[in-house]
Write a protein that binds this ligand. Structure first.
Ligand SMILES: [Zn+2]
Length: 54
């Protein structure tokens, strides 16, 4: 699986998962990416990856 923010591969057992109320699931390789996306609301660098998944 890949980080929803930076697109980096996340190894099994690492990273964080976040489920929005809408049911959309985000996965982050680090708390830094989590913060960037959810708190600072920055646009993910992994846009291409997200597009193909939607
Ligand atoms: Zn990341």
């Amino acid at each position: 699986m890949r980080c929803s923010f930076c697109g980096k591969n996340i190894q099994k057992g690492t990273g964080k998962m976040y489920v929005q109320k809408s049911g959309k699931i985000y996965r982050f390789c680090s708390s830094k990416c989590e913060k960037n996306m959810l708190v600072l609301k920055r646009k993910p660098k992994a846009k291409k990856t997200l597009k193909s998944e939607e």
